[in-house]
Unconditional design. Structure first.
Length: 388
């Protein structure tokens, strides 16, 4: 069994090949796009490298000559800066059901992180934003995986437990059928907020690309910016986010609540891209792009994914959630394009957002966990603080 660093064309190809062996007989698995993963580890495309971030990847070749596992380790000052201890990350872990393979990968990644001065490690996480490739799947291994969310065999939890990782926080995915209608409580809240006379709900159709980015940035920062692990978002980053979403965006399902001219809440959705990407087999090359455009055109996606739902902290407890949900829900029903909606993960450290999701009549369908390990076992373990 050989541990090999990923550092050339051949080993990068092998890094992509590992999961194809792991999931060869799994009908649920949909490969991540090769181009998406390559961007994460390309210093020219991932800004974290320019801000002091470093990353390294390894693959394991089994005794039979086949690729048996992979892992990435990384350090991001942006992520580690808000922690009590310098904290690195591991992610993109895959392994055959072989403890020796997993041990070889974990030991390599953790040793390298300690060489970088890290005192703790979180995983499996992304060398990038939290909305993608974040967390270990621990509940629901049979449903369609959402685009850019992790999917893994159930036995992976055993590997993390064996190497001393503990749950830092749980992440919940909520789903509901669109035709269930909106609960009465949201209709009451809509009426209460509407009576003020200053509120309205708009969609991305009503905004230019620059306005959409500015509104997104404003609400994001007023909702979460500065909370533990959530840095303030600069406008440049918001513009990049909007630009990246543009090819897959449905402007009819991106909503903002305005108080006069000020954006105070958003509900950002996109079509479930994995219903389309399942047809491109993990490669968005020229042929893959043609397949993507065809299946997007024919309406292959009837699931709507809620990427983010946020309310300015100054407006909490004022019924804004119900106002936006009631209006958005009725507009989505009128369009008739989507059968169900899935909310991207909500951490157990955010009970307010969990209550909102539950009040929507959703069902908690999938659970992920973000795990943490301290290299010094004497350090007291604490879970993620509850958001206020």
């Amino acid at each position: 069994m050989r541990l090999i660093e990923v550092n050339d064309v051949k080993t990068r190809a092998a890094f992509h090949a590992v999961p194809r062996r792991i999931y060869a007989d799994n009908p649920v698995w949909i490969p991540h796009l090769k181009q998406d993963i390559d961007k994460i580890f390309d210093p020219e495309q991932n800004r974290l490298f320019r801000k002091g971030g470093v990353a390294k990847r390894w693959i394991v070749q089994g005794e039979d000559g086949h690729w048996a596992g992979r892992i990435a380790a990384f350090v991001s000052p942006k992520y580690s800066g808000g922690m009590k201890q310098p904290t690195g990350g591991i992610g993109f872990f895959e392994s055959t059901d072989d403890d020796a393979v997993a041990q070889l990968l974990f030991e390599a990644a953790e040793a390298w992180l300690q060489e970088q001065g890290m005192e703790a490690v979180d995983g499996p996480i992304n060398f990038g934003e939290k909305d993608q490739y974040w967390g270990l799947l621990v509940k629901d291994f049979t449903s369609l995986p959402s685009y850019a969310l992790n999917y893994n065999p159930e036995y992976y939890r055993r590997f993390f437990d064996a190497h001393g990782y503990q749950v830092y926080y749980e992440q919940y995915i909520f789903s509901r059928e669109v035709d269930l209608g909106i609960q009465e409580v949201f209709e009451r809240k809509r009426a209460q907020v509407a009576s003020r006379g200053t509120m309205k709900v708009i969609t991305a159709k009503d905004l230019t690309e620059d306005q959409l980015a500015a509104h997104f940035c404003t609400v994001y920062n007023n909702a979460w910016g500065g909370h533990h692990g959530f840095a303030k978002m600069p406008l440049k980053q918001a513009k990049r986010t909007v630009k990246a979403l543009k090819p897959v965006m449905d402007p009819d399902i991106i909503f903002f609540v305005m108080d006069g001219d000020d954006p105070i809440a958003f509900y950002v959705n996109i079509p479930e891209l994995n219903q389309i990407f399942r047809h491109v087999d993990g490669n968005l090359n020229a042929i893959g792009k043609l397949k993507f455009l065809y299946h997007k055109w024919r309406g292959a996606s009837d699931i709507m994914v809620g990427l983010v739902f946020g309310i300015d902290r100054n407006y909490h407890g004022q019924g804004i959630d119900g106002y936006m949900i009631d209006i958005a829900g009725k507009r989505i029903q009128e369009k008739g394009r989507y059968k169900s909606t899935t909310l991207t993960w909500i951490g157990d450290f955010n009970p307010k957002m969990i209550r909102i999701a539950e009040n929507l009549g959703t069902e908690r369908t999938r659970t992920y966990v973000t795990l943490r390990k301290f290299f010094d076992p004497e350090v007291e373990f604490q879970r993620m603080p509850i958001a206020k």
